[in-house]
Ligand binder design. Sequence first.
Ligand code: ATP
Ligand code: MG
Ligand code: MG
Length: 350
Amino acid sequence: GSTIGILGGGQLGRMLGVAAAQLGYRCHIYAPDEASVAADVAAEFTCAQDDDIPALEKFADACDVITFEFENVPVAPLTAIADRAPLYPPVAALDIAQNRIAEKNYARTHGGKTAPFAEVTDAASLDKAIADIGAPAILKTIRMGYDGKGQARIKPGDDLGKHWDSVAHQPCVAEGFVTFSHEFSVILVRGQDGAIRYWDTPHNIHEDGILAQSLVPAPAEIARQEEAARALAAKMADAMDYVGVLTCEFFATDNGPVFNEMAPRVHNSGHWTIEGAITSQFENHIRAICGLPLGDTGLVADRVEMTNLIGGSAGEWQALLTDSANQLHLYGKGESRPGRKMGHVTKLFF
Ligand code: ATP
Ligand code: MG
Ligand code: MG
């Protein structure tokens, strides 16, 4: 078949759509918002809610394979359309990755280390969690957080009631603050035959909980933890019978890699692969879900820098083109907000 369905209408869907078009596929995008930036690259666009079963059924019937670029699509409606078109990555991976406690437990089950953590359901359990774990700590909503949203950083002596209010009394996980030298991610693709390929490991720099930069190759402190981190990510991918791109975020610590979270999709820390790798994460995701052979993930430069363009306006960011080596990606988001990812820029060094 030749129609790929993508659930979610953000920049990841847009970049998947470009890669799909290159391989001769048409995309049908399903998103709740008419103003989705992925709509520009879609042959067909359905604007409907994530749990609108009749709309999802119609969408699934029009697609040969379905994937998602947004990891918070509710699982139950997807299960309801499961017999209409194959869905990759599998629903099981979404189910785990949508829940910070489930994903930490999953990593532990497969031999990974995580921060100490405890579930928080009310003010009393937050008091108990911080008494057990200690401070500093981070309180995160179990579901739906991204770009550091839905998080509170707890310092020793803080008024915990205020932090509980700041997360709107939603079910949370309290995590001990990990002392790390660097952050990095394992980005892998797993094919329908179980073959796995990894991209080079990026060193990820976050500012205010948002990814600011990904740098490849990573420094030695990360490189020596790469093997253990990859082995954990591969074990989890195999156990989920995963198909597509999977990203696992880690902290590099004196005790080895500490798993933070996973994203069952293409990932911002892999945007550098568009120009910096022989085959990008987007292309290999499309290849994997379509059952095609995977492409070479090798690095094409000595060094790659990817920088997110956060806030600001497209017009301002176009000034980056005055450096002719800058490869600029603007996502077509009309409205700028502080903390909003408007695009990214990649630079290769030879
Ligand atoms: P993303 O946009 O990556 O999905 P997110 O909102 O899911 O982000 P996390 O990745 O859990 O949030 O946290 C964002 C950042 O906050 C991390 O990359 C890291 O810099 C910092 N952070 C999160 N948890 C911890 C921790 N337990 N110890 C130390 N730093 C942490
Ligand atoms: Mg996350
Ligand atoms: Mg993260």
